[in-house]
Design a protein around this ligand. Structure first.
Ligand code: E4P
Length: 217
């Protein structure tokens, strides 16, 4: 499974990229706002840090303007992936953008039928929003299972990009269900490494090692 980081914070992206854990980045208008930077400048910097796809979202709601914005965003770097909302205009834009070889991430997916439409439109990625479904009292992760089955039934190549991930348990469950990618906030990505028995075991090993009085090398 691939890991994308869900942030526009270039310091965080740089640090996580140095760990060798990143396969890409997702941003959205809210994350750009949080970064405090200009969308073109921030996105250009992110694209220079990571080699994988960097999702940059259009903010237009009509097809023609989405296509214009997609052209502007595409010029930022070769690894830009255009993010479009799951609307009829967004799906039309998805079809047009992918038809000329560019990558598209269809975002704001909350149902299996929406995911089916995105695959029909040739989406590179579909982004089901797990956490926001949980917030409404649903089990967001179940949507991943439904989409996985539908895509496998028909051999759709659209990658399932589990989004709106809030916890390490979300990551584990979407991985078990076969999501191709999880886009994870930096703090949650770092939390994946944590286990109290790892800390306890390491502490014991280091204490015993100190008693040997030895050095390696
Ligand atoms: C995905 O691409 C979105 O940027 C993101 O996962 C949304 O997450 P949120 O529901 O925590 O805002």
């Amino acid at each position: 499974m691939k890991f994308f980081v869900d942030t526009a914070d270039t310091k965080e992206i740089r640090e996580l990229n140095e760990l060798g854990l990143l396969d890409g980045v997702t941003t959205n208008p809210s994350l750009i706002l949080k970064s405090g930077g200009n969308i073109a400048e921030v996105t250009r910097e992110i694209c220079s840090i990571v080699e994988g796809p960097v999702s940059a979202e259009v903010v237009a709601t009509d097809y023609a303007e989405m296509m214009r914005e997609a052209d502007v965003l595409s010029k930022i770097a070769d690894n830009i992936c255009i993010k479009v909302p799951l609307t009829l205009d967004g799906l039309r834009a998805c079809k047009s953008i992918t038809s000329d070889g560019r990558k598209v991430n269809v975002t704001l997916c909350f149902s299996a039928n929406q995911a089916l439409l995105a695959a029909k439109a040739g989406a590179t990625f579909i982004s089901p929003f797990i956490g926001r479904l949980d917030d409404m009292g649903f089990d967001g992760v179940e949507l991943i299972a439904e989409i996985r089955q539908i895509y496998d039934n028909f051999g759709f190549e659209t990658e399932i990009l589990a989004a709106s991930i809030r916890t390490p348990d979300h990551v584990k469950r979407v991985a078990l269900l076969g999501a191709d990618v999880a886009t994870v906030p930096p703090a949650t990505l770092r939390a994946l490494v944590k286990h109290p028995l790892t800390d306890k075991g390491l502490e014991q090993f280091l204490a015993d090692w100190a008693k040997t009085g030895q050095k390696i090398g």
